[in-house]
Design a protein around this ligand. Structure first.
Ligand SMILES: Nc1ncnc2c1ncn2[C@@H]1O[C@H](COP(=O)(O)OP(=O)(O)OP(=O)(O)O)[C@@H](O)[C@H]1O
Length: 255
């Protein structure tokens, strides 16, 4: 069976000549269906660049990216994407924003009423579905953005620091929701974070990326049962994984 996402010799150089900037790679990587893979690496190592290349929003300078056996050559519409800054439009309610993602793909909101209800309830936003984005807290906006990214039931989700701007308490709560959604629907997730603990709590695999130009230093397979709640974080195994990642980054002088 083909891996769902396959990177072969993927590299990105911005610009040309003496001012060229080698941002990422070369990297080979295989992500299997249903895995939750975190990209963990220092600022500027090329994580967002890689996400944009997988989404087909930026061309690789070298190498090949394939999703489900097909080479990525342009924007991918059948994946769910979420960035640090959400893409809610201010003139639509929470529900209207979620339905917009269906409309853009030619799907009928009426036919998806039950699944939108289910999504809203899974992130505790039922009571806010008729509110506009400016009436929501930052955490609620990100929860609504999760629903946007999931509503068309994508098999693949690219989440680029979706919790980056949230306070620690909200972040912890949304992490739990995200994990529950992943356990329920099992999409393949590529998740960018700066938090070692967050990566280990959520992921089946953590790809440790070197400082720029980012290369994969190691892939840590996290062998802990789900759900991974607050308690798991004090277990010796969890602490062992955190230490492994710390040691690698200390070796690079970034911690
Ligand atoms: N469009 C662009 N043109 C030129 N250089 C770019 C462009 N986009 C990114 N870069 C450079 O590529 C490198 C990698 O950037 P990228 O945003 O992918 O890093 P990152 O790992 O996501 O960083 P952070 O964790 O801080 O978000 C950086 O040095 C950045 O300045």
């Amino acid at each position: 069976m083909n891996p769902l996402i396959e990177l072969t010799g993927v590299q990105k150089v911005f610009g040309a000549g003496p001012g060229a900037l080698h941002a990422f790679g070369p990297v080979d990587m295989k992500i299997e269906k249903g895995e939750f893979v975190s990209l963990l690496g220092p600022s500027g190592c090329g994580k967002s660049t890689l996400m944009l290349m997988i989404a087909g929003l930026l061309d690789a300078t070298e190498g090949r990216i394939a999703i489900d056996g097909r080479t990525v050559i342009g924007p991918q519409t059948d994946i769910g994407i979420m960035f640090q800054d959400n893409t809610l439009v201010p003139w639509r309610t929470v529900r209207g924003n979620i339905e917009l993602q269906l409309e853009l793909r030619g799907l009928s909101p009426a036919a998806h009423r039950a699944s939108v209800d289910e999504l809203l309830s899974s992130v505790h936003l039922e009571e806010f579905q008729q509110r506009y984005p400016h009436e929501l807290s930052g955490g609620m906006q990100q929860r609504a953005a999760f629903c946007q990214a999931l509503v068309h039931q994508p098999a693949t989700m690219l989440l680029d620091e979706p919790l980056g701007k949230l306070d620690a308490m909200t972040r912890e709560a949304i992490r739990t929701d995200l994990q529950a959604l992943w356990m329920q629907r099992h999409p393949t997730v590529v998740f960018v974070t700066h938090s070692i603990e967050e990566a280990i709590q959520l992921s089946t695999h953590v790809a440790i990326i070197t400082p720029r130009p980012g290369r994969i230093e190691r892939i840590i397979s996290v062998d802990l049962p789900y759900p991974r709640d607050f308690e798991v974080k004090s277990s010796p195994q969890f602490i062992g994984y955190v230490r492994q990642a710390h040691e690698i980054f200390r070796g690079y002088g970034v911690l």
